[in-house]
Design a protein around this ligand. Sequence first.
Ligand SMILES: Nc1ncnc2c1ncn2[C@@H]1O[C@H](COP(=O)(O)OP(=O)(O)OP(=O)(O)O)[C@@H](O)[C@H]1O
Ligand SMILES: [Mg+2]
Length: 349
Amino acid sequence: MDVAVDETGDAVTDGAVDGAVDGAVDAFIELDRVEKVFDVRKKTGFLKRERRQVRAVDSISFTVARGEMVGYIGPNGAGKSTTIKMLTGILTPSGGRLRVAGIDPSRERTRLAHRIGVVFGQRTTLWWDLPLIDSYKLMHRMYRIPDARYRENLDRCVELLELGDLLDVPVRQLSLGQRMRGDIAAALLHDPEVLYLDEPTIGLDVISKAKVRGFLRELNTERGTTVLLTTHDLQDIEQLCSRVMVIDHGRLMYDGPLAGLHEVGESERTLVVDLERELPPIDAAPARVVRVEGPRQWLAFPASESAAALVARVAAEYPLVDLSVREPDIEAVIAKMYAGDAEAEKAVS
Ligand SMILES: Nc1ncnc2c1ncn2[C@@H]1O[C@H](COP(=O)(O)OP(=O)(O)OP(=O)(O)O)[C@@H](O)[C@H]1O
Ligand SMILES: [Mg+2]
């Protein structure tokens, strides 16, 4: 199938003034009913083309305060990268209002570029054939970074991201994890106030992931850099973000603390009990036995219920030897959330 893609309204007028007030803005990133609709033309036969609209971002509103570190998650095609592209000014919204540091990104992309950093895990902003250090030198000039500041930022990134041995290596020879660290450094040389990361840990091994996470945490706590992080690795979110936004089909489904997802996802905790001997499944509704192995039984119960009450009830009626409570797995909660949505969609179509 031949799909011709046509982006709507991407003209960028650099340097346009729109009277926005700069500086101390409480809500550093502001989206008010932002939309992005793509016109997609699909070939349906010889000379026949069908026009279709894809509503990639559908009336999304949220604000991010200066210094926050927010996770932005959702299934494939949810609209995450499209949102980030609008935040950087690469794409122009089809509707709604969007401001970053008081600036309209698509109208003043160049002015905003000095204040933001962006890392797309899927592609590099570095010069492929040049040694890593040459890309940094080019950025030094492009962004007109004062010499002392450039040196200081470079030294810091080289140290924390362990780039020392890589500076003279052409980018095309770097491994994925090395290149990603190189890209993160490149995004930070000009001291951006906000850093957008679109899947910065994609394809990285455990050690590289830990390095990147440690670096981001420090950047956020020490420098107060605002971070918006898109990822499919929920451990990134668990380890870094106190707030998470879930987007699906272009719509914001959840915005709140990670722990709150458990309630939305109707997640369950598990009480594991060891009985004195093998017994029929324990009867303790609303908890239900999900597994029995000899004298050990697993009882699932709503995460919102008190474990103490359940334990007391089981202990009163059954010969209990030992027990433990397992917290819900965030991966499972999110998988259920995505799946629930897919099922709902199936039911409609
Ligand atoms: N340039 C474009 N032209 C037409 N449609 C597009 C374009 N960019 C994205 N889309 C569509 O918009 C929707 C959202 O895409 P987007 O890249 O924002 O998703 P995502 O949440 O980043 O997904 P992933 O997790 O796979 O990276 C998808 O349906 C996609 O096909
Ligand atoms: Mg994406």
